[in-house]
Design a protein around this ligand. Structure first.
Ligand SMILES: C[C@H](O)[C@H](O)[C@H]1CNC2=NC(N)=NC(=O)C2=N1
Length: 96
């Protein structure tokens, strides 16, 4: 079954519920940056997310430089944002 892209109204209303995330320039992803004490902490955080991503079959686009992690959430199968991204953002906010 196809995954539904959020409407602009749904997207804006979810973004208000996720104040630490911002909309990507193209409107198709939400983004958040994280900073940790060191690489070990950053990578431990990424490991936790990786396990959740595998379980949910929903994977982040991300990068890591030493103690910094940048995450973008988008749903490739929907060509933009879906509820899967919202739920993943909520989960990440909880574990960070
Ligand atoms: C075949 C596999 O289930 C799909 O490609 C999954 C994998 N992980 C995914 N992750 C993300 N972010 N978006 C997707 O559409 C997606 N699809």
């Amino acid at each position: 079954m196809a995954i539904e892209e959020l409407t602009p109204q749904e997207r804006d209303s979810w973004l208000r519920a996720l104040p630490k995330w911002s909309l990507a320039r193209d409107g198709r992803a939400i983004e958040r940056s994280f900073e940790f004490a060191d690489f070990a902490e950053a990578f431990a955080f990424m490991t936790r997310i990786a396990i959740i991503a595998e379980k949910r079959d929903h994977h982040p686009e991300w990068s890591n430089v030493y103690n910094k992690v940048e995450i973008a959430l988008t749903t490739h199968d929907a060509g933009g944002l879906s509820l899967r991204d919202v739920n993943m953002a909520k989960k990440i906010d909880k574990i960070v």
